[in-house]
Write a protein that binds this ligand. Structure first.
Ligand SMILES: NC(=O)C1=CN([C@@H]2O[C@H](COP(=O)(O)OP(=O)(O)OC[C@H]3O[C@@H](n4cnc5c(N)ncnc54)[C@H](O)[C@@H]3O)[C@@H](O)[C@H]2O)C=CC1
Ligand SMILES: O=C([O-])CC(=O)C(=O)O
Length: 311
């Protein structure tokens, strides 16, 4: 199995490292526009192989996509990260052009690849990659929900003083302040979380989760990479090993949740064909309202992209 990671910056290099040291695939190609950058990162990861004992071959390429030919999965992380004071949506202008040109080159050399978009604003960059690639919706998806639920699960584990491994959760909607964490679908070793935590504490954790990316941007001056890189690698693993995990993934909705044409996070089964199935939860009125708010927000940013692309 061969995976290409485009963008050898913080998120891309972390993703490549996880794919290598966990031996998720045999071969990882890192691509970046900066001369020598991806080659250097790939060489560094390869030189760690005798220490951490893995044999995934890792190579780099400065914008030469012929080296990515025949990839099974391509992870797109190229693009600007935000700085303090910015929203993810502020990145649209620069990142749309990058995602468009990268997708064109990816598809030319790996027409069968499954594409996982990471660049922000996530839902709208997934839209950009999907329309550029002209592939079925099941093969072009965005990574956000695994990261957002991981943050939610980590905060809950800290609050309850239990292992983060025991916390299961689901989340819907766009990757932004309108994301929809679902307490009704959150359990701790099978116990509904609402039985273990006070309502106001749970609400505070949900609020912290919604702004989890911004919290890190404020602390570091740029956005997160360890959890995002691992989250993208986890999606790759479910695909290349046909594990059929259920994860929250951004995909174009076609009538599910009463929404048509918007790219939003929903639970899906992830296997060798990409999204094998979209799971439709029976939402209550309040959850549906939150999902619609998220839908309206992502739709607005999709409209901005449409106007940019039609200029
Ligand atoms: N979906 C999510 O949950 C998350 C998304 N992100 C997003 O991921 C993106 C990358 O973040 P970082 O890795 O922290 O940024 P970074 O600045 O460390 O790395 C981005 C890399 O992309 C490269 N690049 C730019 N244009 C390119 C092109 N045309 N072709 C190939 N490479 C190109 C740059 O040279 C740079 O090395 C950002 O847009 C960020 O907002 C970050 C974290 C989580
Ligand atoms: O916050 C950002 O800009 C990067 C991101 O999407 C996240 O870490 O959730």
């Amino acid at each position: 199995m061969k995976v290409t990671v485009v963008g050898a910056g913080n998120v891309g290099a972390t993703c490549a490292d996880v794919l290598a040291y966990r031996e998720i695939v045999n071969e990882v190609v890192l691509v970046d526009i900066k001369e020598g950058f991806s080659e250097g990162k790939a060489l560094d990861i390869w030189q760690k192989a005798p220490i951490d004992l893995y044999d995934t071959r890792t190579t780099g390429s400065t914008n030469d996509y012929s080296k990515t030919a025949g990839s099974d999965v391509v992870v797109i992380t190229s693009g600007l990260p935000r700085k303090p004071g910015m929203t993810r949506d502020d990145l649209i202008e620069t990142n749309a052009g990058i995602v468009r040109s990268v997708t064109e080159q990816v598809v030319q050399h790996s027409p069968e690849a499954i594409i996982i978009v990471v660049s922000n604003p996530l839902d709208v960059m997934t839209y950009q990659a999907h329309i550029t690639s002209r592939m079925p919706r099941t093969k072009v998806m965005g990574m956000a929900g695994i990261l957002d639920t991981a943050r939610y699960r980590a905060f809950l584990a800290e609050e309850l003083n239990v292992s983060p491994k025991d916390i299961q959760a689901m989340l819907l909607g766009g990757h932004g302040d309108t994301m929809v964490p679902l307490p009704r679908y959150t359990t701790v070793s099978g116990i509904p979380v609402t039985e273990l935590i006070a309502k106001d504490r749970l609400e505070a954790i949900i609020e912290r989760t919604k702004f989890g990316g911004g919290e890190l941007v404020k602390l570091m001056g740029t956005s997160a990479w360890y959890a995002p890189g691992s989250a993208a690698a986890q999606m790759v693993e479910s695909i290349v090993k046909d594990q059929r995990h259920i994860y929250p993934v951004c995909i174009k909705l076609e009538g599910e949740y009463g929404i048509d044409g918007t790219y939003l996070g929903v639970p899906v089964v992830l296997g060798k064909n990409g999204v094998e199935k979209v799971i439709e939860l029976q939402l209550n009125e309040q959850e549906m309202e939150l999902m619609q708010t998220s839908n309206r927000h992502v739709r607005e940013v999709m409209d901005v992209l449409d106007r940019m692309n039609n200029k």
